[in-house]
Design a protein around this ligand. Sequence first.
Ligand SMILES: C[S@@+](CC[C@H](N)C(=O)[O-])C[C@H]1O[C@@H](n2cnc3c(N)ncnc32)[C@H](O)[C@@H]1O
Length: 258
Amino acid sequence: MKRSMKNPKVILVGAGPGAVDLVTVKGFNAIKNANVILYDALVNKELLQYASPTSKCIYVGKRFNAHAFSQEDINQLLVDSAIEFGVVVRLKGGDPFVFGRGGEEVNFIESKGIEVEVIPGVSSALAVPTSQGIPLTKRNVCESFWVITGTTSDGNISKDIALGAQSTATLVILMGLRNFSLIMNEVKKYRHKYTPFAIIQNGTLASENILIETLVNYRNAIDSIDYTSPGVIVIGDVVAEHPAFLEEEIQRVLESSI
Ligand SMILES: C[S@@+](CC[C@H](N)C(=O)[O-])C[C@H]1O[C@@H](n2cnc3c(N)ncnc32)[C@H](O)[C@@H]1O
């Protein structure tokens, strides 16, 4: 492929958690000015409407067992597109550096001598609980939060889940739905059995869905999980701040007194 006359550049842009208006203004402007856009599965496709009519939009999404491109192919395509067309936006769900392989892409692009910029995004780790009114920290309730993967590269849960469960932090687990039972069994070893947790799916979108339970009753949640949609698991006392938790507690007390 020939080097073009234009200055090749790749901009990693965080598209935000789902809702089209949760992208940053800087990210939005980068989308409007891109010559090529390579976008992921969890990016809201409505954002592409704001791209220039002459820009090329390429889907490179990787969802469970359905990869349009390998990571190596994506890295190479970013470089080749920048050389051929100029400014490439790499549009990634949430924030590019939160479980997004953004760091690997930056390293590869830089190793080919091409300029890279990273525009942060609103991560689902924060935005999804927040949009449900669940604060990740709260004075006198919780002093910190951990964001942990529920599926490591070998398919297991992260060892940090056990470490986090031994703290008093709110646990925010991404990519955890397929390992849900393993995660709950691990956390139950260290946390009180009535610790509340929430599973929030399709957060910030019209199809958003939340389920709240306590660790002791985690099995009640299994049948309601939609494995085709992204979900965040939030574990900790802050989940009790959600209005649905109080309603369920009242229901539980009523049922146990019958
Ligand atoms: C590969 S990670 C990428 C995270 C992304 N970089 C971020 O900062 O949000 C994908 C995971 O993020 C979570 N996720 C992303 N968007 C979500 C949404 N709208 N609702 C719930 N979970 C979401 C899910 O746990 C999903 O499996």
